[in-house]
Design a protein around this ligand. Structure first.
Ligand SMILES: Cc1cc2nc3c(=O)[nH]c(=O)nc-3n(C[C@H](O)[C@H](O)[C@H](O)COP(=O)(O)OP(=O)(O)OC[C@H]3O[C@@H](n4cnc5c(N)ncnc54)[C@H](O)[C@@H]3O)c2cc1C
Length: 664
């Protein structure tokens, strides 16, 4: 039904110089925005929210009391992340005891919000009092007590999560939405059935059924007047297929797309909005191919439907190109899309991934205000594409909202604002009392077992020092500072590049081995060409005379090598590392053809070999250096380490390059 098109270069590489990318964004934004006027508009909203702070049990209040950088904040984070997933009581007790042992929830705090008065924090503090001592065997009674206490902690974490979930079922959520509309008539909702990153086919089918059921309920047997004014649904492609990744391109088209189409058809018939959420950056290029394939089919089946959409993350260095590409797809197929602009919720994970994989740079901006600049430039571009795009601006930042309203005022484009359920209520209360722009609430629906990933993202967002909602809840942050103009780019990136992970500064320290972003076509292509070009020769057996000759030659060379100064030998290893790295594509070709490894494993293997060389060069320079040993006065004792001679290393089948290099 759907076949994978050949990968095509739609976007530039994400790893361009951040400062140069910023210059292009600012050029696109030129003269479109008067930030001072936007800040003036936003100031009374901020003041009004500060005059009526969030209730004491709200997540932002809790995280102000226990910042994520504190032991208590970290304990909360780890419990939220892990506790609800622990299947057995023993481990739950151990985890709770471990985490609460590190935290001081019950210490007196002089802040205006005594968080221990809050339901969740007090349950956690109570739990802590009753937990068995970590040392020594806990008796039966104590153990029973501990289980009850862990149950209370689980409940507390669930209550934290409830703040962000509109209902456990779609019906419950729709009832909640109906009562919210009694207070604010114009509210629209986009329901999000919790669940993402399916690990199994069973999970994926469960999420598919849940989305299908939700669409049926939202449609309610009627056809909406238009997707812009009706409630809709947000879906995550990672929920619908456990192998939603570039390496599984063919399967993604053959298996995932029919599932998405199964959801698109009823949404299009009911004329409601269906938006594909934005997830990790390494899915971006694949998701664009998926999006265009679905668009092409839509153009044939439902050309009149205006409700299909996707989310764009402005923290991606390619965000503006992405906006233009989506507009191009719409024009090519004669469609109109709904595009939700967000800043992006996976920043920490993206940075970590780039460092771990030794990528050429970061796919996201490293300064918070660079993401803001990108957001505003993308907003302007979306407004400019309003003939084919209905822009949906999702943000809880008062300055960003005011800037959007200002840019929107200068055009006749129709657009909406969006907030997450459980967040930004204060700011939106103020915005909606002054502006007539429609507001949609992104409303997660589901049970606690599917909440965790979402909850952790909200904890991070509420807890990050740089985050607007975090600073809004903190009276110590001056209103002018909160609304300071983001339009002044920094001179350099805020983080050292991934190559500097181990302290490399271009001269000293150890350089992280250079990896390849296989989800990025421009980076993958040279490896694919190398694989095609690789021919594996037949192994020629050496005769025993050949072996003797080789050994003799090696033995003869050994004394000179052993006498070579340490610094020179370390330099040889470092040159070997550089040479291996420079020939990454060639070695990947060999590893694929000879050892039948996957490309990801090949890159990891070459990197491991490179890391071995650099690591052992560093180790050699310290460990093999002559060491003075203590001894009686008048005696000088030194430890000299010498090479052990010629070794034979048999390359193992599973890591023919890395383990071989490490052994040698
Ligand atoms: C309706 C709605 C739908 C959403 N859907 C999605 C979605 O599909 N996919 C998704 O990823 N997110 C989604 N989000 C979450 C969204 O990304 C965050 O809520 C948003 O980033 C917060 O932005 P803000 O303007 O409210 O806050 P701000 O405080 O102004 O911005 C915070 C954001 O800045 C960025 N940032 C933080 N530190 C840095 C740094 N050092 N360098 C560079 N950038 C940094 C991050 O993106 C962070 O989230 C959605 C949000 C809403 C409101």
């Amino acid at each position: 039904m759907f076949t994978a098109p050949p990968p095509a270069a739609r976007l530039p590489t994400p790893y361009r110089n951040e400062i140069e990318v910023l210059a292009a964004l600012l050029a696109r934004l030129a003269a479109a925005l008067d930030w001072n006027a936007a800040a003036t508009l936003a100031r009374p909203w901020v003041q009004a929210v500060r005059d009526k702070p969030a209730p004491f049990w709200a997540m932002e209040s809790l995280l102000r009391e226990y910042p994520i950088s504190s032991a208590e904040g970290l304990a909360l984070m780890r419990l939220a992340e892990a506790l609800l997933r622990v299947p057995d009581a023993e481990t739950a007790i151990a985890l709770t005891a471990d985490q609460l042992g590190k935290a001081e929830f019950d210490s007196a705090s002089g802040g205006p919000h005594r968080m221990l008065a809050s339901l969740s924090a007090s349950a956690i503090a109570l739990s802590k009092k009753f937990l068995p001592e970590s040392d020594g065997e806990a008796g039966l009674l104590k153990r029973l007590g501990a289980q009850t206490v862990v149950a209370a902690t689980v409940r507390a974490i669930q209550l934290l999560g409830r703040q962000f979930v509109l209902g456990r079922s779609i019906q419950e959520a729709m009832d909640e939405a109906a009562s919210a509309r009694k207070a604010q008539a114009g509210l629209r909702f986009s329901y999000d059935m919790l669940g993402e990153g399916a690990r199994t086919e069973a999970d994926a089918l469960r999420y598919l059924a849940s989305y299908g059921n939700a669409i049926e309920a939202i449609a309610g047997g009627r056809v909406a007047a238009g997707p812009e004014s009706a409630d809709g649904i947000s879906i995550k492609l990672s929920a619908l297929f456990s192998r939603y990744e570039d390496a599984q391109r063919e399967r993604v088209f053959a298996e995932l797309l029919p599932r998405v189409w199964q959801l698109i058809e009823p949404a299009a018939r009911a004329n409601i909005n269906l938006t594909i959420d934005a997830e990790e950056c390494d899915r971006l290029e694949l998701s664009l191919d998926v999006f265009e394939a679905l668009a092409a089919r839509l153009a044939r089946s439902f050309p009149q439907w205006r409700g299909f959409g996707l989310a764009v993350q402005s923290y991606q260095t390619r965000a503006l190109h992405l906006v233009d590409e989506v507009a191009r797809i719409a024009r090519t197929h004669g469609l109109r899309f709904m595009v939700r602009l967000v800043k992006g919720a996976y920043w920490d994970g993206e940075i970590k991934r780039a460092q771990e994989l030794g990528l050429a740079g970061y796919p996201v901006f490293t300064h918070k205000h660079h993401t803001d600049i990108s957001y505003l430039a993308c907003a302007r571009a979306l407004i400019g594409h309003n003939d084919v795009i209905y822009p949906q601006f999702a943000t809880h930042n008062a300055g960003t909202i005011a800037a959007i309203l200002q840019m929107g005022d200068k055009s006749d484009a129709k657009f909406e604002l969006q907030r997450l359920h459980g967040m930004g209520e204060g700011i939106y209360r103020e915005v909606m009392s002054n502006a007539t722009v429609p507001v949609r609430v992104y409303a997660p629906v589901g049970e606690h077992r599917d909440l965790l990933a979402y909850l952790v993202r909200r904890l991070l967002e509420n807890g990050a020092n740089s985050s607007f909602v975090h600073q809004l809840a903190d009276d110590a942050v001056d209103v002018d500072a909160l609304l300071a103009s983001p339009l002044k780019p920094a001179n350099t990136a805020a983080l050292p590049p991934p190559v500097a992970l181990y302290g490399w500064n271009g001269r000293t320290g150890r350089a992280n081995s250079r990896g390849v972003d296989l989800a990025c076509l421009a980076e993958r292509e040279p490896l694919e060409r190398a694989i095609d070009a690789t021919r594996i020769d037949t192994v020629r057996e050496a005769a025993s005379a050949d072996v003797s000759a080789a050994m003799a030659q090696l033995r003869a060379a050994f004394p000179a090598w052993n006498a070579t100064p340490l610094a020179q030998r370390a330099a040889v290893l470092r040159r070997a590392a550089d040479a291996l790295e420079a020939r990454m594509a060639e070695f990947c070709g060999l590893l694929v053809k000879e050892a039948h490894k996957t490309l990801g494993d090949c890159v990891a293997e070459v990197r491991e070999a490179v890391d071995f060389c650099r690591y052992y060069a560093d180790q050699a320079e310290t460990r093999l250096a002559v060491q003075s040993l203590p001894g009686p006065t008048g005696e000088s004792n030194e430890l000299h380490l010498h090479g052990r001679g010629v070794f034979v290393c048999i390359s193992p089948w599973n890591f023919p390059l890395a383990i071989f290099t490490g052994q040698v």
